[in-house]
Design a protein around this ligand. Structure first.
Ligand code: PMT
Length: 224
């Protein structure tokens, strides 16, 4: 594609839910289907960007477009490495993936056998990818998501400030038609000053286009 507001821009999108292994047949994950991230990847491509899609576990297949460079990952640690590898050369990063905050301290190489009546899994924190990006930000435009069940504005704006984001997409996943697994979403987008985009129920494709148009405008503005 040779025209569009993102021509010449390298856009990296993360999608899906990370998988944190307990043993070879069991894991901890979440309900992310990948739909929001895939919609963002398609929209960025349609706007002319050079797109890399870093996808963890998803319910459906990623976009087949050969122009979208697909990187498959499993765990939060894999995603951290894949994202960091591409950070220096990235213009816009959109972190739509649902990344585990904790992983099992140990992952067994063989299937854990049933034994006692109770079993305890010890979890340790994963690396916060978004925070690491924010700390190492140079010219990149960084967009985070915040999936919340209540008080979405407060938590989203707190993430924006603490993690040094340019925009945060607040997703109240408790609302009907929003969040995990659906084809639609309901989001509010904030920058450091406040609300910049209020999107009532819309398809994830439309939400993706609106978020990227906003990012494209801001990135273009910064160059003038
Ligand atoms: O995939 P779908 O079914 O379409 O659902 C879409 C979605 C609900 C997953 C998506 O819209 C969304 O809200 N994604 C973010 C989910 C999430 O993990 O939110 P969070 O508030 O826990 O994390 C905040 C941000 O930090 C996210 O951008 C996340 O990618 C990032 N993060 C979290 C933990 C971690 N260790 N590293 C991170 O970078």
């Amino acid at each position: 594609k040779t025209s569009g507001p993102l021509v010449g821009k390298k856009v990296v999108i993360t999608a899906g839910g990370t998988v944190e292994r307990i043993d070879p047949v069991r894991y901890i994950s979440n309900d992310s289907s990948g739909k929001m991230g895939f919609a963002l990847a398609r929209a960025a491509r349609a706007m002319g960007a050079e797109v890399t899609l870093i996808a963890a576990r998803t319910d459906e297949a990623p976009p087949l477009d050969p122009a979208i460079h697909l990187v498959r990952v499993e765990s939060a640690q894999d995603m951290y490495e894949a994202v960091m590898d591409r950070w220096t050369n990235c213009d816009i990063m959109v972190k739509a993936a649902a990344v585990a905050d904790y992983r099992p301290r140990q992952s067994s190489e063989s299937k854990i056998k049933k034994s006692g009546d109770t079993m305890t899994l010890e979890l340790v924190k994963t690396t916060d990818i978004l925070e690491s990006l924010g700390k190492n930000k140079d010219k990149q435009f960084l967009i985070g998501f915040a999936a919340e069940t209540g008080n979405a504005e407060f938590f989203a704006r707190d993430k924006l400030i603490r993690k040094n984001l340019d925009l945060v997409v607040a997703n109240d996943v408790a609302m009907e038609g929003a969040g995990f697994g659906t084809d639609t979403n309901i989001v509010k987008v904030y920058d450091a000053e406040g609300l910049v985009l209020d999107l009532p129920l819309a398809s994830k494709d439309e939400v993706a286009r609106r978020i990227l148009r906003l990012a494209a405008d801001r990135v273009a503005g910064a160059l003038i």
